[in-house]
Design a binder for this molecule. Sequence first.
Ligand code: DI6
Ligand code: FE
Length: 407
Amino acid sequence: MTGTSTTHQQPQLWVGVSLFDGTRTHDEPMTLVVADGRVTQIVPSSEQPVQWEKDWNVAGRGGVVTPGLIDCHTHLVFGGNRASEFEQRLEGVSYADIAAQGGGILSTVNATRAASEDDLFASAKPRLEALMADGVTTVEIKSGYGLSLEHERKMLRVARRLGQELPVDIVTTFLGAHALPPEYKGRADDYIALVCDQMIPALAEEHLIDAVDVFCENIAFTIEQCERVFQTAHQYDLPVKGHVEQLSNQHGSELCARYKALSVDHIEWLDEAGIQAIKRSGTVATLLPGAFYTLRDTHMPPIEKLRKAGIPMAIATDANPGSSPIFQLSLMLNMACTLFWLTPTEALQGVTKHAAQALGLSDTHGTLAEGRAAAFCHWQIDHPAELAYSVQPNRLLHRVYNGETTS
Ligand code: DI6
Ligand code: FE
């Protein structure tokens, strides 16, 4: 540095921290140097030159540093809420029954269609801020409650605007094949034709889509219909992913693997053939313990088999008004361990390195390394495992995004 520029800020130091870097927790206290929005050095604190603390700012000392957390599967933009269905479920009506009666996703579709872009922005913003206050610096947001070009566009524009107005990276996913809109009842193939022939081309042209998702399930779309959507996505050079094997095994994971999907999500009913397929395709297995918990699911995803196969496991909130009205990613760390028997390290990898991979962002996000953009969290705890161990808000001391401390 020449020292002539006034725009360069003094490097900031984070000294004597217990560092989880996205892959592992370092054995000894570490020091991070942040300059011009980047992590420029990571060294053991015992080897830190004395001069550093004399010349530069110490922004934090002690505690734990992790990469900024990544919520790689959310439906954060939606109208209304479904508290009344929560009450129905408590009276014994199942999620699938509610959906079959025109409630569930479709009741959120009605409320989302009725909402303006500003309404949707205003209701999504505090949900996003809740995630950010919990250490999240990257969030994937899906469409899928509009189910027409006009309303899917509206949702995706809101997602993009959230990323422009708040200090957080937003990745958008088009989920037109989420549910059959009422006006297409009995004409699912026609709706899929609309998704493929009109929605994806228009929304891709408007740069509103980073990836394409489907809901492959007996209450949603068939393998053949999902494959049509994937073919179209690939024509527009968009990566794909799938809500698969959530309520039954439709072999959606094998379809996803054939299309080199970034991730397969839910996967409670994933079988051996599916595991081998996603292993070959390098697809991430995304676990959504909040939906498992909310739906009182009892069919566990095949964690031990995934682990043995060496498949990267991501963890996300699935934040949505029906099956996972949960806007706290740190709670998912605890649930992943308690419900799914992940280790705290696996859980932390699931919201950092592996979540980045599930979004196709491995080169830039999810791990802390010299040269990377500074997106990390400084926590008031002694060891990274504590993040998964206790369910406790307000432990975030600093959230650093693009080198700026935002809380
Ligand atoms: N699976 C989910 O977990 C969400 N969508 C889906 O396909 C649930 C969406 C909702 O219930 O509103
Ligand atoms: Fe979902």
